[in-house]
Design a protein around this ligand. Structure first.
Ligand code: TYM
Length: 334
């Protein structure tokens, strides 16, 4: 019997996690540990849907794992593991892919965006990626999935996959619900505020990495693109104000203030002062994470032991679901 609700989420190790990842998802990952049984993964299988340098991928997988610990994911309380350490993800993804209509996958906006961006490599994995994501979630019978707004469509597909399977074979999977923050679900690029902040942005000023040093963070905020106005006022859905709106949402999310309180604090202050203040609160927020990260990565053996332990726990939980699925679809057991 389940006592607490189950939470599952993942992040790709394609580069150092950034401010958008943190405010959109990772902050909730940390907070939810008190009230839920949480399972979090570094999604290396997802990462190879676009070409990766193997040595870099290995390094970034370990870095992302260590950073999640540094942010406060407690490996005693929650299961933190690397997706590639649990082969059940790929196994369930195969079964689910045989129950997912082609048409449903063709509607995924992320597939359309990524195939435009990587037109030289539109591979089948890029297309079936949401099925792997559904397998991740459903293996652990997750009730809630903390993510940013860009994952909403993938979450709907996961829920549909679970419902379709349950209808055909009887109760097998819990139907997962997205858990999306109200104001920081889509943090925008600092240099092109009409686009979301993204790891793959070519412009280093667009994105604040969690490990960026204090000066870099403040410099990037000072250079953040805004409009020619001067008043720190939030104007929802005003495309001309996308830059300042984004900064107001970031400042408010970091300090726990409402947008109205932030406007009041900077009334008459101008954009320059506000940009510096935002840079400072973000740099202060990540300072302890950077320090903890340095401590964790100084001890390789410790990190490996945490990963091994996480992988064992993940295998144990997910094995039950996979066995049930294999039996239901008619695979012959031995
Ligand atoms: P990924 O690695 O792109 O992003 C990790 C998390 O960060 C959120 N996010 C953002 N939130 C706000 N503003 C932004 N600019 C921003 N950019 C990213 C994402 O919504 C995500 O929550 N496919 C997933 C990883 C994954 C996963 C899963 C998630 C694999 N398996 C199972 C949930 C459940 C991805 O590529 O996230």
């Amino acid at each position: 019997m389940k006592n607490k609700k189950i939470v599952f989420s993942g992040i790709q190790p394609t580069s150092t996690p950034h401010l958008g990842n943190y405010l959109g998802a990772l902050k909730n990952w940390v907070a939810m540990q008190d009230d839920y049984d949480c399972v979090y993964c570094v999604a290396d299988l997802h990462a190879i849907t676009v070409r990766q340098d193997p040595a870099k991928l290995r390094k970034q997988t370990a870095e992302t794992y260590a950073l999640l610990m540094a942010m406060g994911i407690d490996t005693e309380k929650s299961v933190l593991f690397t997706q590639g350490h649990n082969p059940r993800h790929a196994e369930l993804a195969w079964v689910l892919s045989c129950y997912t209509p082609f048409g449903e996958l063709s509607r995924m906006t992320q597939f359309k965006d990524k195939s435009e961006k990587h037109s030289e490599n539109i591979n089948a994995g890029l297309f079936t990626y949401p099925v792997l994501q559904a397998a991740d979630i459903l293996l652990y019978q997750a009730d809630l999935v903390p993510v940013g707004a860009d994952q909403k469509q993938h979450l709907e597909l996961s829920r549909d996959a679970a419902a379709r399977f349950n209808n055909a074979y009887g109760e097998t999977f819990t139907l997962p619900e997205p858990y999306i923050p109200k104001t920081s679900a889509k943090i925008m690029s600092l240099s092109e505020p009409s686009k979301k902040m993204s790891k793959s942005d070519g412009n280093p000023n667009a994105c604040i990495g969690v490990l960026d040093d204090r000066d870099a963070v403040i410099r990037k905020f000072r250079r953040a693109v805004t409009d020619s106005g001067a008043e720190v006022v939030y104007r929802e859905n005003d495309a001309d104000k996308a830059g300042i709106n984004n900064l107001i949402l970031i400042y408010s999310a970091v300090t726990g203030k409402t947008a109205a309180e932030t406007e009041k604090e900077f009334a008459g202050g101008g954009y320059g002062e506000f940009k510096s203040a935002t840079g400072e609160v973000v740099a202060d927020m990540f300072k302890p994470v950077r320090e903890e990260y340095a401590r964790i990565t100084a001890d390789d053996a410790f990190l490996v032991s945490r990963m091994r332990d996480g992988a064992e726990k993940a295998v144990r939980v997910s094995e039950k679901t996979l066995k049930k699925v294999y039996k239901k679809v008619g695979f012959l057991g031995l």
